[in-house]
Design a protein around this ligand. Structure first.
Ligand code: DGT
Ligand code: CA
Ligand code: CA
Ligand code: ZN
Length: 571
């Protein structure tokens, strides 16, 4: 049903009219009509078809015409005109908690505030407190709201969203009358960061589910709430949207709200070229005006002649073309991972013993695990002297003799020094089963120097994997200046795998670069870089990246069996 959309647009028109200091009666008329349509127990589209719009309390001729216009064309010209007349920053101010259109109008009229930045300046310079009906308290609250709003509009790591998603799903899952419940949006696509969390559900009594959602113990603020939809804030900055939708449309709704927007735009073009208009509500056949409903998402794609596109690929990066031609890759899955080739133990800065790490890896169903502690140059991380590394190789041999079900590989995460040389001798490296090399210092060097260091390391016949190749930390540290094409070419040429480091704030290589690596003919290794047993589980974040990079089993070093792996390492 489009009731919600229609109500939202009328509410927005009321706010915009108020910003224009329009006639009070007109403003009230719009918000009254919006409220009536929001609570309407039947489909606004059928009411409109049957010519009963003006029977809705508060809906007169002018508004009925606009509703009809929206239902026919998806827009209202008067709304577009209002938007065009309003300074763009002004409409955004309505998003700040505690700022209604009246106050925004006042700020605009008296202080000439037209955007967030100007509002903040006015508040910090104490110009707001002097306005009528304001004062120091209100001014202070505005500053606080701006700060929260700014934090809110920044993106959060996938791994921070994950426990929220789990909690919401399990909370709603217990509700009576709930049918489907699932997460959509960027989280379902496995993006490294998400803007907000989108939850979809079908339920026999939507109001009760929405109410229960708004009352979850984790909810700190309810931003908006209607009969079938609510938005809340949890953990200070995370927005969660819930939408309760019709069962028969669940497939199209899930498809729509999974996105991405770019993917959806392209998919709608395909639909049009086949004589359909695709919306979240239905696949509408243009020849006879029939609505086809899908409660399963797979059926939406197959009705359009496409094979099913996994959510991680839906970014309009060629996946729709590939699906049309039936040549989508068979994406890597979690069960394809046979081991972890980069973990630490208490020999350097890890917190678990080698045996504990091995047992935890066995419990995950792995065949092998490579213990790769640091080298001496990384002193703060307890890098091992050459003698200690020899002792460790010995210790691992002994552990393997007494261990069933999993093989421990002796490895190292050898530092690539500022001049490009490695931190252990070649003869010592050649005694390791697996050598991971990475940069820890000198990340500020020029593109030529850093790329040269990585290439020199890859040309070493002992180096199997380059760990966290770009050095970026999401939201904290930019990637090195790298000649990526040259690095990828060298990886392919020397048979060195590039890591997808699964640590949630690294995810390095990221999706775009990992896909480029595959296309350049390089192999990838997806590693946890775990420093304790529980961190082995971060592998799932790396798998998200791999799937977004279109990787298949054959592209991934640690999807090989132990036997295949040993045959394919450089020694
Ligand atoms: P985010 O939250 O910024 O990480 O990214 P998304 O992809 O979760 O985006 P969001 O939450 O704004 O909307 C969820 C999905 O809804 C989005 O992926 C596609 C769909 N969607 C939202 N707005 C539009 C739109 O204007 N056009 C189309 N075609 N789809 C939209
Ligand atoms: Ca979202
Ligand atoms: Ca959203
Ligand atoms: Zn490491």
């Amino acid at each position: 049903m489009k009731n919600r959309e229609v109500a939202d647009i009328l509410y927005q028109m009321a706010e915009l009219l108020e910003l224009q200091a329009e006639n009070r009666f007109k403003i009230i008329a719009y918000s009254k009509a919006a409220r009536a349509i929001e609570g309407l127990p039947e489909d606004i589209a059928s009411v409109s078809r049957e010519g009963r719009l003006q029977a809705i309390p508060g809906v007169g001729r002018a508004i009925a015409d606009k509703v009809e216009e929206y239902l026919k064309t998806g827009r209202i010209a008067a709304h577009q005109e209002l938007l065009a007349k309003t300074p763009p920053g002004l409409a955004e101010l309505l998003q700040i908690a505690g700022l209604g259109p009246k106050t925004v109008f006042l700020l605009h009229d008296k202080l000439n505030v037209t955007n967030l930045e100007e509002l903040e300046r006015a508040a910090r310079e104490h110009r707001i407190r002097r306005l009528p009906r304001m004062g120091p308290t209100k001014e202070g609250n505005i500053i606080k709201s701006i700060e929260r709003y700014k934090k809110r509009s920044s993106r959060i790591l996938y791994s921070s969203a994950e426990p929220v998603v789990m909690e919401v799903l399990s909370h709603l899952g217990k509700m009576e009358g709930l049918e489907h419940v699932t997460v959509a949006g960027s989280f379902r696509r496995g993006r490294e960061t998400v803007g907000d969390i989108d939850i979809l559900a079908t339920a026999s009594r939507p109001e009760e589910i929405v109410a229960a959602f708004s009352r979850m113990p984790m909810v700190q603020e309810v931003l908006a709430s209607g009969p079938t939809k609510a938005s809340v804030i949890v953990q200070d900055t995370i927005q969660v949207d819930l939408r309760i939708v019709e069962h028969r449309s669940f497939g199209t709704v899930l498809q729509y709200f999974t996105g991405s927007k770019e993917h959806n735009v392209k998919l709608r073009q395909i639909a049009l070229s086949r004589g359909y208009s695709l919306s979240e509500y239905s696949l509408h056949r243009l020849t006879d005006g029939q609505d086809l409903f899908f409660d399963r998402e797979e059926d939406v794609y197959s009705a359009l002649g496409l094979s099913y596109i996994p959510p991680e690929m839906r970014e309009d990066q060629g996946e729709i073309e590939a699906a049309l031609q039936g040549r989508l890759p068979e994406l890597l899955e979690r069960k394809d991972i046979r081991g972890d080739l980069h973990v630490h133990s208490d020999w350097s800065d890890g917190r678990a013993t080698i045996l504990e790490m091995a047992r935890a890896a066995w419990a995950l169903g792995y065949e092998y695990i490579a213990i790769c502690d640091h080298s001496p140059a990384v002193g703060i991380a307890g890098g091992l002297s050459p003698e200690r590394l020899e002792e460790k190789i010995q210790a691992i041999e002994e552990i393997n003799e007494n261990l069933e079900g999993i093989t421990v590989l002796s490895g190292t995460e050898v530092d690539i020094k500022s001049d490009g040389r490695l931190d252990y001798s070649d003869s010592l490296l050649s005694r390791c089963d697996v050598v991971v090399a990475s940069i820890h210092m000198g990340g500020q060097q020029s593109e030529r120097e850093i790329s040269g260091r990585l290439i020199q390391a890859m040309e070493n016949e002992n180096v199997d994997i380059i760990a966290h190749p770009t050095g970026r930390i999401i939201g904290q540290r930019d990637p090195y200046e790298l000649d990526l094409a040259a690095v990828l070419e060298a990886a392919a040429r020397t048979g060195t795998a590039l890591e997808i480091n699964s640590y949630p704030s690294r995810l390095d290589l990221g999706d775009v670069n990992a896909r480029a690596a595959r296309e350049a003919g390089a192999r990838l290794a997806i590693n946890s870089d775990a420093h304790e047993t529980s961190q082995l589980e971060v592998m799932r974040y790396g798998i998200n990246v791999a799937r977004r990079a279109w990787l298949e089993r054959k592209d991934v070093l640690n999807a090989l069996s132990l036997k295949e792996l040993l045959a394919s390492l450089k020694r």
